[in-house]
Design a protein around this ligand. Sequence first.
Ligand code: ASP
Length: 333
Amino acid sequence: MRFLARARALRRAAALAAALAVPLLAAPALSQQASYPSRPITLIVPFAKGGPTDVVARIVSAELAKLLGQPIIVDNVVGAGGTIGTLKAAQAPPDGYTLVLGHMGTHAAAVALYPKLGYRPDVDFAPVALVARMPILLLARREFPAADFAEFVLYVRSHQDTINLAHAGVGSVSHTACMLLNHLLEINPTGVPFNGTGPAMDALVAGQVDYMCDQLVNAVLPLRTEVIKAYVIAGTERDPAVPTIPTAAEEGLPKFQVEAWNALFAPKNTPPAVVATLNGAVVRALDQPEVREPMTGLGAIVPAPDQRTPDALAGRVRGEVQKWRMVLKRQMP
Ligand code: ASP
């Protein structure tokens, strides 16, 4: 009997030690979260410098650094339509020190276009906040032989074997948007991939490629200096940054409707307290003139307060993954 009593006493002692150990084990984690961030944060931008995602990342991260009290280092990790950089972020330690600025391509369309994507946008990330929404324009090199959208349609339909379009890789915003346009126009021209629409825009300005579907953020300045031209906005509302550009709906193609968006994500299992700290900083940053003025000046829409929550972003990702899976499955061979 003494043996059993001793065994029971040992079990009770072990259970008590385990109960005590949990708070002790958690203590460093809790204190780390309380002092977060205590060192610089890396923000992965899955596209090349100078493109819309990079521009938005640098505008917002400059303000976030002030609010969080730590430098934010932008790391352009390019390739495969932004999925290489996005995968790197998904596989980073969930400690809040590696984030990614994703978008409608990396965190939605890519699911339909990459059978072996390596990550699930709605599972492998902790959504932090939507950062920007932006219209997409159909852009062309200045000398493209079409004066308006109607002429563009006629020309591309009769020259699809000789023209080409630029994009930022399979599954990027520019690739996805022009896949939709090409599907609606029943054309299939050659695609020329770049590591982002920063370098793609350089090629368009140089006249090396014929057209591109890209975020307005990337086009406002070259349009103002008239080194490229735009035929339509892929939507139903004109944008005040480019008021003379008609919508696709006005030009008779209402189904050409695409809205690009950028959002901040952390790896899944990032502690909720860290996500809350990041979300709070983004919410405040989006109300600062240092962020609002350059973003709206480039034609981006700063999300409304109710669109800035992690749950709102999680719902957006789920909806967009479903939407693009439906839209793109009709176009995939
Ligand atoms: N606009 C690019 C895309 O097509 C992304 C970028 O270069 O910022 O997704």
